[in-house]
Design a binder for this molecule. Structure first.
Ligand SMILES: [Zn+2]
Length: 85
């Protein structure tokens, strides 16, 4: 147990051409399609907006969840906020 745990940060990666943007586009189109489309379209827009801003591991670039404390790929530990070094 002499290995120093790798510490990294999460990076927000905005995907303008990614799946989140595509979901938003579909949601936007659905807004104009009958009342049912409007009901489905709004959650899609919200979901698309969330997934457009992905958190990725700064060390390896793997997508991580907001709640993740350790990267599942490179096992780097994520620092909390801007505290520490
Ligand atoms: Zn990683």
């Amino acid at each position: 147990m002499t290995t120093t745990p790798l510490v990294t940060r999460k990076k927000i990666k905005s995907e303008f051409a990614g799946s989140g943007c595509l979901i938003q586009a579909v949601g936007l189109i659905l807004l104009f399609v009958f009342p049912i489309g409007t009901i489905i379209g709004i959650p899609l827009l919200i979901y698309g907006g969330i997934s457009a801003n992905k958190l990725v591991c700064k060390n390896c670039g793997n997508p991580v969840t907001k709640a993740a404390k350790i990267c599942p790929v490179c096992h780097a530990r994520f620092e909390k906020g801007r505290f520490g070094r």
